[in-house]
Design a protein around this ligand. Structure first.
Ligand SMILES: [Mg+2]
Length: 307
């Protein structure tokens, strides 16, 4: 793409997304301007890069779903801290031949999501090159009242939940998933959420990180793991559990609350349909409880090899 075409593309992008508070000035000057956060709130920043051939196959996914995912994974990280997203900065490296077409495709995919979550596209960078398509999104957000929820705030005895069924995401759901922004804000408003993160690498791996951050171990009750319908129903139960533990890219939230709060959350009239999966415990590492026995879960899952 020639430099003039890049300016034209930037003007096109500018017209696609209205500027909303806390963004005071979006695309068009040397920097974007954001108003300072309200007192007692923190600013959250997260970033994620998707590279063609490494994270997606362009021919299979199409630019719209790639653009959507690039924003959605960042929305999921803001949700993981119970934040409200505000402004996105989007940088792309476009293959020279179809640059404009691909750029518009990316934006067609991500703009509806930005609109729905109140995110202003406040800046970014556009380049053309002879390499594959690369898109990087940096997303800013604001914590809710009471501050962001870290992954480190729980301890032994606290109860673990996930917000939805897991596994089989790579069949397509990883491109179309719904970031749990609103659910996280509602949970935080009603309950004392002690620790939270999103499930991106897979429950067994992500829970390992949370447990370590909490200075604790974790026990998952195998029978409680919600297995997504996307997991092949022809597999054995142990294989299906493996998929739920290890596939990753679920983008559900994993969180911990106290036992008393867990009891409230599990009441049929709580208004939340989240899944209790286990607890934090003394010690370290992640264990699986099944049929009254507890055994350590190897890094990377693969429960059925233990049978
Ligand atoms: Mg995360």
């Amino acid at each position: 793409m020639a430099r003039d075409d890049e300016f034209d593309l930037i003007r096109w992008i500018q017209k696609q997304s209205p500027v909303r508070p806390p963004v005071e000035l979006g695309i068009g000057d040397d920097c974007a301007i954001l108003g300072a956060s309200a007192i007692g709130r923190s600013m959250l920043v997260t970033t994620d890069m998707l590279v063609e051939g490494r994270h997606f196959l362009l021919e299979a996914a199409g630019p719209e779903l790639v653009g959507r995912k690039a924003l959605a994974v960042n929305l999921s990280d803001i949700a993981a801290m119970a934040g409200r997203p505000t402004a996105a900065f989007i940088s792309v490296a476009l293959p020279r031949s179809r640059g404009r077409e691909l750029a518009e495709g990316l934006y067609r995919g991500l703009l509806p999501l930005a609109e729905r979550f109140g995110v202003t596209i406040a800046g970014g960078d556009t380049n053309s090159w002879d390499g594959p398509l690369v898109i990087n999104v940096t997303l800013m957000g604001e914590s809710g009242v009471g501050g962001p929820v870290r992954r480190s705030g729980a301890g032994p005895g606290d109860i673990l939940f996930v917000t939805g069924p897991l596994g089989g995401s790579l069949g397509g759901r990883h491109l179309t998933f719904e970031p749990r922004v609103d659910l996280a804000l509602q949970l935080k408003a009603r309950f004392k959420v002690l620790a939270m993160m999103d499930v991106s690498d897979g429950l067994s791996s992500d829970l390992r990180h949370m447990a370590e951050a909490c200075g604790a171990g974790a026990v998952i009750e195998a029978d409680r793991i919600p297995i997504h319908d996307d997991v092949d129903s022809g597999l054995t139960l142990a294989e299906r559990v493996d998929h739920a533990l290890s596939d990753g890219e679920d983008f559900e939230l994993l969180f911990a609350v106290s036992p008393a709060e867990a009891a409230q959350l599990e009441r049929p009239d709580s208004g939340f349909s989240v899944h209790r999966i286990g607890r934090l415990a003394t010690g370290e590492g992640v264990s699986l409880e099944r049929g009254g026995e507890i055994f350590p879960l190897p890094v990377g899952g693969w429960v059925h090899r233990l049978e």
